[in-house]
Design a protein around this ligand. Structure first.
Ligand SMILES: [Zn+2]
Length: 401
């Protein structure tokens, strides 16, 4: 376990999660990071006039200028970029018109290394982590096997380094078809023997990291002739937890309590993800209800007992508790106890008087709400308008009025 600052250099020589570059867009526009909105606008106008493809500018460079301006001229996007770099801009933050900032700044969706050299495929491994690991942070040494080149690659003679071979085929008098296919004797125009190599990587899982977080080790993946080595990417896979469900920085706990606990208070011990024993209890006089309103669960929360927030682990989310009130079974209360309860609890809501001579008595049985409309003698063709309450399929007791 390593409680020190995470994300530093790993022992294996690879870099894990390179610090976000939050400068590139400013450099493109030639402005300072503290530049005001109007400075950014002025600089963009000046560059747009000078670098426009119509004025002989490089179209790629012009696109970058446009993309940088789109991000930096939008306060919300600029804030995200300042915090997280281009990684912080995803989906809806991308400049409109299908332009992908990543493609523009990293070329071909981050596939190409700087300098334009082809980059070998990334090797992606899922990495299962427990909720405890994500709460406390974790350092793990993982052994992987990568393909590396044995000796220097030689240019292929079959294809003269092209990687592809072209065959001519006569398909009719005077008509020739050109067939291009991958060279059978090489990879990408170069011949080299490959060997397997074992590599141990030190993976730091940050406190508060989320499911599907990618941890990238630049250049630690497979080698390929005439290409930059690929990256190794570990993708965090959060395992199910027996006690907690996680949503962002919040945790949810389901807890059964008895009716008496719901009315008179409760306390129970939760083993927190760092091993602490947390005594969770109601405030004096607090009553736990079965629902807030029909179908809306009643939940309570403990501030600061959720997951650490990523990037600021001292700030934690909330621990939500969703209660299920366990009612006593039928016939469990004696006359005397019922009288005591009646005295203690607020009076009945249904206490209108009646004339015993004129009423008929009706007793109730339990039934499933889905049975509504299926009674004997029902015509069965009018179930569209009779089951307003039946849509959600809840089990209710006829006894409730
Ligand atoms: Zn070849």
């Amino acid at each position: 376990m390593d409680d020190g600052p995470m994300g530093g250099g790993g022992g294996g020589g690879g870099r894990q999660r390179e610090p976000a570059d939050t400068d590139a867009l400013y450099k493109v526009l030639g402005v300072d990071k503290k530049a005001s909105d109007s400075d950014i606008k002025k600089s963009f106008r000046r560059l747009a006039l000078k670098k426009h493809p119509d004025k002989g500018g490089d179209p790629e460079e012009f696109k970058k200028i446009q993309a940088a301006y789109e991000v930096l001229s939008d306060p919300e996007k600029r804030e995200k970029y300042d915090k997280y770099g281009l990684e912080g801009l995803e989906g809806g933050d991308m400049p409109e018109g299908g332009m992908d900032v990543f493609d523009l700044f990293f070329g071909g969706g981050r596939r190409r290394a700087r300098g334009g050299k082809r980059k070998a495929e990334d090797t992606v491994y899922p990495l299962k982590v427990s909720l405890e690991d994500l709460y406390n942070g974790k350092t793990a040494k993982l052994a992987i096997t990568r393909s590396v080149m044995k000796g220097e690659p030689k240019k292929c003679t079959t294809c003269r380094g092209q990687g592809v071979v072209v065959q001519m085929r006569q398909i009719g008098p005077g008509m020739v078809q050109q067939l291009q296919s991958r060279c059978p004797d090489c990879t990408g125009g170069y011949r080299v023997q490959m060997k397997k190599e074992r590599q141990v990587l030190e993976v730091n899982v940050d406190k508060g990291a989320s499911h599907n977080t990618k941890l990238r080790f630049s250049g630690m993946g497979n080698e390929s002739p005439n290409a930059e080595p690929g990256d190794v990417v570990f993708v965090l896979q959060q395992k199910e937890h027996a006690t907690f469900k996680r949503k962002g920085a919040d945790l949810l706990l389901q807890k059964d309590i008895s009716l008496s606990e719901a009315l008179c208070g409760f306390k129970f011990v939760v083993r927190q993800l760092d091993g602490r024993q947390l005594l969770v209890q109601s405030k004096p006089g607090q009553i736990v209800r079965p629902e807030v309103t029909s179908g809306v669960p009643y939940v309570m929360c403990v501030e600061g007992e959720g997951m650490p927030k990523h990037g600021n682990p001292f700030d934690k989310g909330r621990l939500f508790v969703l209660f299920t009130i366990v009612f006593p079974p039928n016939y469990s209360l004696g006359e005397e106890q019922m009288e005591m309860l009646k005295t203690a609890l607020p009076p009945a809501i249904n206490d209108e008087g009646y004339d015993p001579e004129t009423v008929e008595e009706a007793m109730l049985d339990e039934i499933d709400l889905n049975e509504l409309g299926k009674g004997q003698g029902a015509s069965g063709d009018d179930d569209d308008d009779d089951d307003e309450a039946g849509h959600n399929g809840q089990r209710v007791q006829c006894a409730q009025s």
